[in-house]
Design a protein around this ligand. Sequence first.
Ligand SMILES: C[S@@+](CC[C@H](N)C(=O)[O-])C[C@H]1O[C@@H](n2cnc3c(N)ncnc32)[C@H](O)[C@@H]1O
Ligand SMILES: [Zn+2]
Length: 1002
Amino acid sequence: MTNDSRYPRRLIEVDLPIRRISAHARREKDMRLGHIPSLHIYPAARPTAACRAVVCATLWPDPLDELCPQSFRGNADTAMRSFARLVIGSRELLEICDTDSRKRYSKIAQADEPLTVEQLRILLLDFIADLASWEASTNSVFLQTARSITAAAHEALGGLRDTRALVVDPFSGGGAIPLEAIRIGADAFASDLNPVAVLINKVVLQYIPTYGRQLADEIGRWCGWAQKMASDELSAYYPRDPDGSVPIAYLWARTIACEGPACGAVVPLMRSFWLARKGRKIALKPVVSGHQIAFEIVHNPDTRMIPRGTIARGSVTCPCCGFTTPVASVRKQLSAVAGGSDSALLYAVVVDSPASGRQFRLPVDRDHVAADAARNRLQEISAGAEWNTPLSFAPSEPLPPDGTLGFRVQKYGMTLWRDIFNSRQLLALATYARLAREYVPDVDDPGLAEAVNGCVALIVDRLADLNAALCVWQLNTPNTAHVFGRWALPMNWDYGEVNPLAGAGGSPESAVRRMIAHVSHLASAGTHAGHVEQASATRHPLPDDVAAAFVTDPPYYDAMPYSDLLDFFYVWLKRCAQPRLADLTRNEVGPKDDECIVDNVRGKDRVFYETAMRQAMAEGRRVLAPSGLGVVVFAHKSTSGWEALLQSVIDAGFVVTASWPIDTEMGSRLRAKSSAALASSVHLVCRPRENADGSIKENHVGDWRSVLRELPQQIHAWMPRLAKEGVVGADAIFACLGPALEIYSRYSIVEKASGERVHLREYLEQVWAAVAREALSMIFEDADTTGLEEDARLTAMWLWTISTSVDGGGGTSSDGEDDEGEGEGNDEDDEERPAKGLGGEGLELEFDAARKIAQGLGAHLEDLCRVVEIKGDRARLLAVAERTGHLFGSDELRGAPVRRTKRVKQLTLFEELEAAEKDAGWGDVGLPKLGETTLDRVHQAMVLFAAGRGEAMKRFLVEEGVGRNATFWKLAQSLSALYPAGTDEKRWVDGVLARKKALGFG
Ligand SMILES: C[S@@+](CC[C@H](N)C(=O)[O-])C[C@H]1O[C@@H](n2cnc3c(N)ncnc32)[C@H](O)[C@@H]1O
Ligand SMILES: [Zn+2]
């Protein structure tokens, strides 16, 4: 590839070891430390592995590029060589490295002659992939090497000595991108609109790099002091049992009055009567007498003896009279008591007994008295001036309006943030918040004092996350889950309340231990500090042309109501903050107006979002030096959403030069319903489309015909490379967007010969078509596909699109939480995960994507209802069994709509085949009418195989001559490679192929 820009290409524009980086990114989720969510959870936090690799590849030039400065080549050569020597002499370092890169390191460590530029590129990419590993992130050899290469790149590209390349992230969130920038030796300017994000960024980018271990020690000191104070003030509200057992959790259920005729029983809303299910099996047995419900605790009960819980899908069935009180009434009754967190029924207490460990017992008077006393104390403090604070004692800030994405609790009368806690939880949290605010560390440095306050505030956030009346009691751990197991605030009927003085999960000790370990871990990377500000990305505080890179992960339409969710933390942060953090905490709730999201409740539509995003991108380009590079991370969800985002990048004056999908477990990242096929987030690489003087290139008109000529060549060059990296299917389509857009976005405008402007949408249709054609020729290994009808081409492309990379997509862990973490959800808001394999939703595509694929193949989706079912905005490839009637039946049956069967079992298929057989009258010795298309005939053979009709299959293939057609076998072969492993289809088509030889077809 020749470089026609004035600046050397960076590595990310030419190559990126995405398979290895993705593996590290997925693995990072299992690490307890080292990634930011273990410091403070953040919605959509990026794995640092991906950020580290991306930042390096963005700042480092490609040695192979003709414009790459010789000084960079020389310095990078020296750095890689001495790194290689250290690696081969160290077992510890070797273990961090990939097998292939180890071999290359050992080769160059021994060689004397300078590296070729080709070798240097490969080594730098190897190094980037190895550096992405979690172990490398604090290893001094890795970090020094990375830092020296970053410095070499900076100087070679014109940076002044003793300065660093500046990386800007205006949507910095939890700070993963800027953290990785400083880690590898760049400067970082992190900003975010949200104050919670800003505080996390300060901790990560300023406090920890500046104070390191000293900060960890001070946090430990606070904990000792605060826990003593808290225990004096609070222990009366968590009384021990007479035998010395310590209650560690109280299990509560909201209640309603049964609305059954003449009943009125107080019914606890419980999803289940189980208390523990893994290992020891313990449950509650309801004992009903008249209109009273009491409980007994039973050990190892017969599972059938334990009735279902009282609440399912929001309506409540009374154990006394059997009446079901409907959702609407439940909402009404709970609304009358602000959601009922504080009027809930205590149904069990979990205690830690010195003699027998963790036990469950029924509540006794002592427990009720303590809870009442806490309630009275809260009222007393709230009413009096005992606590000198301008803010209410418990957070009385409003929850977001009803209807806000992901929030359900308002429907049950919770309107203030305090409503999602019970009184004792509020008393405890407010006490810790006060202890955070009032603490004066014994240090001279006001900066350190601010750092301690900031970190301690994050600890209180964690306590709140683990001790709200929305924390589900998990039967498998058994433990309480934290509020944000996923990023939403669904309704929970029953909850576990933690005793913060018990030293168990949810206590300050455990939160502090975690924080200290994290601070020490990050401090061991020995980075310099970054710069943090609260600002809107649409009005960036930096002057023009100062950044070497603009790397950011913007919000995405309505995927996450960040500010609404983060208010959960913000209201506590305000109560913890000392005056030094006042700038962050002076508003009632976090900023909403300027937030770049779609928020229908507040009247912020797609146009608002797209306009704001365009402004943010334009600001990014403004602060970026003309030679600088932008990387914008997008979680792709819908193709139309993509188009709008790409448009905003192009309109902002960027040329797109590459795009890389990195699999970072998107499944858990989006709030809900990600498509089965799209598993990665795409890193879109772009450069300012500028003249030498920094002004945007206007009136640079591209010719549509030459753009179209270049497109297939570009795709043809990329697809095989991606396939080599294990990138296939939808990921490959998205990875091709970058190179494809490079052609289009080079121009300020592309015109047809008629002078008509070509819009991005029209170009993207062409891109999809080119990708589909290229993919098809890869699928059929360059065989001539013209002999195949459109149903076969569409089926093959469809299967290819939904296929994922060789490494698989990774699991569904939550955003970085550990043992105290995973929520078990609740029945009202449970998400369905897409099923794998044929016949399930795993075969669904977004209609628009499917339409584009079809169009690219010269087919029309609407005409292909024989193989595809369209429903609303989804399209689904039919399972072969579902096609039986069409394949074997009479002409009428062939024309009839397909019977929807989710997963047709063989027996059903057998019956279906018999029915169709009878209907068409071909019987035992006859044969079905040959299918019209090659795909139909392959599917017919598959069904005959599945039904055990060996003889009929033989007649079909041999006597009817179906098997003499080479295209038939070619298609069967391709489908065998495309049907997902473990599906019926895969087995069946392989069964047909296995007969090929025996039937004499070679
Ligand atoms: C996808 S998140 C960033 C996540 C981050 N990369 C991480 O790893 O944690 C997007 C961020 O954009 C922020 N945001 C939304 N609108 C903004 C605006 N107008 N200006 C600055 N930040 C904004 C949100 O607060 C959120 O933190
Ligand atoms: Zn009843």
